[in-house]
Write a protein of this length. Structure first.
Length: 397
C-alpha cells in the first residue's frame, strides 16, 4: 500500500492545479453517473469532474491496460470539425504538419503554434473518407482557447464547428482489438493512425486506431447521448475494466508521450520537445509547402541547425536509486550547478523503476549522460535514456 500512496500524491497535486481557476462549477461528462456507480474517486480536471481511479487502484488499472484492455472516458477533450474546400490548407496555416496530403481514412498528430514557435496545444486530426472535412481533437484544458484561436485565424476560410454533442472513449490494451472485433467486425483491420465510421452496438461511431498509452487500442467518437450505452457494452466484455486518469498518466509517461502543461507548453518549441518527427518534409526547408505557419522562422531554423545547436532538449531519465522524482525537481550536473528541470516523473509500474522526462542543457542530453535530481534536499543520480521507457505496441499491420 505504501508504494501506491507514494504514486498517487503528485498526480493529485497536478489534478487539483488543473481545476477551474475561476471557481466555476465543474462540468460532467456523459459517463459521470457511471463513474460514481463504479465507485470512482472523482477529482477536478480541465474544468470537469473526472475519475482519477476506481476501487481496484491505480496500479491494478495500469497493469490491466498493459495486459488486457482498459476503457477510458476522455469526453472532456475538445472535438471540432473544419469544413470546406479550403479547410486543409487553412489548417496548415496554423500547424507545421501536412494536412493537405493526408489520405482519407488517416489520422495525424499535430502542433498548434504561436508566433514564437511555442506549442499552444498538441492535437490529433483525421480526414474522413468522404467530404471536404478535417475532424480535430484537442486537449480538454486548452479547448476553449484553441477554438477561439482557430476561429480567429481561419474562420473566414472554412467553417469551424465545435462538437460538444460528441463523447470520446478510449479502449486500450493488447486485447482491445479482440473486444472491438467481437462488437464491430472489421475494426481489427484498421492499422495504427487509421480510422473509419462503424456501428458498435446501436451507436454510429468514428473509430480510430490510436491512443495515449503506448498500447494497441482505439479511440471512439460518438454522440454523447449514446455514450453510456456503449460504455456499458464495452465494460460487459470480460477483458475490459474501467481506467481513471491516474493510470492514464503513468501509461503515457512510460510510453514517452508528452502531457501539455507539463512536458510541452507555449514556451516550448517542437525541436526542444523532441517532436521534430511530427513535421513532415513538405513543410520544412526545401519542401513544396515550406513554412507558412506561426513561428516558422524559428522552428525551421532549429530543425535545420539540428538538436546539438539547441540550448535545451527534452530527454528521458531513469533514477539510479529507488526514489521517485517528480515534476519541477531541479536537475543538476556533478558539481551541483542547475542544468534543467523535471517535467513529469513517477515510479513506473511496468518496470518498477523511477522514470522521468525533463529538459536539460543540450550538453547533458546524450544517452547515458549522468545528471542529478534534487529531491527534498537529496541529490538522486539519474541517467539520460532513450524513450519510450516501455516498448510501444502500436498495430501497423
Amino acid at each position: 500500500m505504501a508504494r501506491a500512496v507514494v504514486f498517487q500524491l503528485p498526480l493529485e497535486k497536478l489534478l487539483s492545479a488543473s481545476s477551474d481557476p475561476n471557481g466555476a462549477p465543474l462540468l460532467k461528462t456523459p459517463l459521470h453517473d457511471l463513474h460514481l456507480e463504479l465507485g470512482a474517486r472523482m477529482v477536478p480536471f480541465a474544468g470537469y469532474s473526472m475519475p482519477v481511479q476506481y476501487p481496484t487502484g491505480l496500479l491494478a488499472e495500469h497493469h490491466q491496460t498493459r495486459r488486457a484492455a482498459g476503457l477510458f472516458d476522455v469526453s472532456h477533450m475538445g472535438q471540432l470539425r473544419l469544413q470546406g474546400a479550403d479547410a486543409a490548407a487553412a489548417f496548415e496555416s496554423l500547424v507545421p504538419v501536412d494536412a493537405i496530403d493526408l489520405a482519407p481514412g488517416r489520422q495525424r498528430y499535430g502542433l498548434l503554434l504561436n508566433e514564437q514557435g511555442g506549442i499552444i496545444d498538441d492535437l490529433m486530426f483525421f480526414k474522413p473518407a468522404q467530404g471536404e472535412t478535417l475532424l480535430v481533437v484537442v486537449n480538454g484544458a486548452c479547448k476553449v482557447g484553441d477554438l477561439a484561436h482557430i476561429q480567429q485565424h481561419i474562420g473566414r476560410r472554412c467553417e469551424v464547428i465545435p462538437r460538444p454533442d460528441l463523447a470520446l472513449l478510449a479502449l486500450q490494451g493488447p486485447q482491445a482489438a479482440n473486444v472491438l472485433q467481437r462488437l464491430a467486425p472489421g475494426a481489427e483491420r484498421l492499422t495504427f493512425m487509421s480510422g473509419a465510421t462503424m456501428r458498435i452496438g446501436a451507436a454510429d461511431c468514428l473509430v480510430t486506431r490510436s491512443g495515449y498509452t503506448g498500447e494497441d487500442g482505439f479511440e471512439i467518437s460518438l454522440p454523447a447521448d449514446q455514450a453510456l450505452v456503449l460504455a456499458r457494452l464495452l465494460l460487459a466484455q470480460p477483458e475490459v475494466k474501467p481506467i481513471g486518469l491516474g493510470a492514464r498518466n503513468s501509461l503515457r509517461l512510460e510510453a514517452g508521450l508528452c502531457l501539455h502543461g507539463n512536458d510541452i507548453d507555449a514556451s516550448t518549441t517542437p525541436a526542444e520537445a523532441a517532436l521534430a518527427w511530427s513535421i513532415q518534409k513538405v513543410r520544412r526547408n526545401g519542401g513544396a509547402r515550406v513554412g507558412g505557419f506561426p513561428g516558422a522562422a524559428r522552428v525551421l531554423s532549429e530543425l535545420s541547425s539540428g538538436p546539438d545547436a539547441l540550448p535545451r532538449q527534452r530527454v528521458g531519465l531513469i533514477a539510479q536509486e529507488r526514489i521517485p522524482v517528480r515534476e519541477h525537481s531541479e536537475l543538476q550536473d556533478g558539481a551541483g550547478a542547475r542544468i534543467g528541470e523535471v517535467s513529469s516523473g513517477l515510479l513506473a509500474p511496468s518496470i518498477d523503476q523511477p522514470i522521468a522526462m525533463g529538459y536539460v542543457n543540450t550538453e547533458f542530453s546524450s544517452i547515458g549522460a549522468e545528471v542529478f535530481a534534487l529531491v527534498r534536499g537529496k541529490r538522486v543520480p539519474m541517467k539520460v535514456c532513450a524513450m519510450p521507457f516501455v516498448p510501444n505496441h502500436y498495430f501497423r499491420g
